[in-house]
Design a protein around this ligand. Structure first.
Ligand code: ARG
Length: 460
């Protein structure tokens, strides 16, 4: 394809350089946004009398046809084109002649590309937020079914104190609601129009930046033309929000991987969301979660790419910035893939309540409650802690649990113990006694669920 900037040059660009320089392979996906931006620009040029009104109309009609033809498959992208902006402009001129050549008046590819990325990512954020909110809804629905499904809560991956599956799932709900909020916040700061900044220093034409900003549903124009064309903070912010979202999905995935193992067997994934082994017939592997864990590294890598690409750049536009798109689009695509698979995988998994409960019953996770029992009988906590520690050691030695240790052994350790200790250390008592706000008792979790539902409704 002949270069638009050919006038200055006496030779064709080297083929390898052309391929090296070209971004159409990864920026073609912005064709809708590019056309939308050009229509707004042409409308403004026409209304300001910068180009004839008929030319503006011809441009808009031509762009709409191009859009329809790309969408129907009638128009294919030229892989040798420099980028999507050049491709569409050249196609327009091919179709409507001289009027097409007026479209780029008072515009540069620098403000054009900055505009296209903002428009594209704004759409992507909308899509990703809907997926995150869907996942939050799935988790809330699951939590509602499991407010009495007791399992051990862990610290250091050692059984610690009793919680419920609902309480555990709700922890992820809050992480995801924060992710959703971060994305909304990113979208808010991203929503300023760089169009009209020109190459870097604005233009002498009487353009109306407020009009194009309004046509494209931006809050306002970016206030500084140098910043408008050289700012990619919104890519970094978005990649950062997506990285943290992936870190949350990855931590959750790690738990699912553990929970599906024979050592835990707390859950089983539906056959549609697990895979087998090519050699070991017994295997049922949680590949989906492992891929999510793996792809988290890649999304964090995209964030690093963006930060590193920007750190040495002087103002204003530099071609390094073309690297922004592959990084941020890779993050976007992978996050969407992960969310689309993770959600139905969770919705269809089978929960083994009995195994969870058995694990909770075996790990002395009621030891704190046993100590608290003595505190209620008047002992200082440290003494109560020491006596209970001794009882746990005795149980381990004799192959018993605090529930099966005879009352005589309790009394020998401390005469404040009575038969009612067994009620105090029963799992249900331990759980439902934890009524503090944010705690695992069924009552406290139901309040949490209601608060999360309200937060979700407000976000939608
Ligand atoms: N393909 C380029 C990019 O993605 C478009 C902007 C090119 N601007 C320029 N002055 N060469 O950044």
């Amino acid at each position: 394809m002949a270069k638009m900037w050919a006038g200055r040059f006496s030779k064709e660009v080297d083929e390898t350089v052309n391929a090296f320089n070209s971004s159409i392979a990864f920026d073609a996906r912005m064709y809708q946004q590019d056309i939308r931006g050009s229509i707004a620009h042409a409308t403004m040029l026409g209304e300001q009398g910068i180009i004839p009104k008929e030319d503006a109309q011809a441009i808009i009609a031509g762009l709409q046809e191009i859009l329809a033809d790309i969408e129907s498959g009638a128009l294919l992208f030229d892989p040798t084109a420099e980028d999507i902006h050049m491709f569409i402009e050249a196609e327009l001129t091919k179709r409507i002649g001289d009027a097409g050549k007026r479209l780029h008046t008072a515009r540069s590819r620098n403000d054009q590309v900055a505009l296209d990325i903002r428009l594209t990512l704004r759409d992507e954020i909308r899509e990703i937020r809907a997926l995150v909110q869907q996942l939050v809804q799935t988790l809330i629905t699951l939590a509602q079914q499991h407010t009495m499904t007791i399992l051990p809560g862990y610290t250091h991956l050692q059984r610690a104190q009793p919680v419920t599956l609902a309480h555990h799932l709700m922890a992820y709900v809050w992480m995801l609601l924060r992710d959703d909020e971060r994305l909304a916040d990113t979208a808010k700061r991203m929503n300023y129009s760089p169009l009209g900044a020109g190459a870097l220093a604005g233009t002498t034409y009487p353009i109306d930046r407020r009009q194009t900003a309004q046509l494209l549903e931006f809050t306002a124009p970016v206030p500084n033309s140098l910043d408008a064309v050289s700012d990619r903070d919104f890519c970094v912010e978005m990649a950062s929000a997506l990285s943290l979202l992936m870190v949350h999905l990855s931590r959750f995935s790690e738990e699912i991987i553990l929970w599906c193992s024979w050592e835990f067997k707390f859950i089983e994934l539906d056959d549609a969301y697990a895979t087998g082994s090519s050699i070991m017939p017994q295997k049922k592997n949680p590949d989906v979660t492992e891929l999510i864990r793996g792809k988290t590294g890649r999304v964090i890598g995209d964030l690093t790419t963006l930060l590193t690409m920007l750190k040495g750049l002087p103002l204003a536009y530099n071609k390094d910035m073309q690297e922004d798109k592959e990084a941020i689009f890779d993050a976007v695509d992978n996050v969407k893939l992960c969310l689309r698979t993770f959600d139905p995988m969770l919705a269809t998994m089978r929960v083994y309540k009995e195994t969870m409960r058995a694990a909770a019953a075996k790990g002395f996770i009621n030891a704190t409650d046993c100590a608290d029992y003595l505190v209620k009988k008047g002992l200082p906590f440290r003494d109560a802690y020491k006596i209970t520690g001794g009882l746990v050691a005795q149980c381990i030695q004799e192959g018993l649990t605090l529930e099966t240790l005879p009352i005589a052994a309790y009394r020998e350790a401390c005469d404040a113990f009575d038969e009612d200790v067994f009620d105090a250390i029963a799992l249900e008592t331990c759980l439902n006694g934890r009524i503090s706000e944010g705690g695992p008792s069924a009552e406290a979790v139901k309040q949490q669920i209601a608060a999360a539902q309200a937060a979700l409704a407000a976000a939608q």
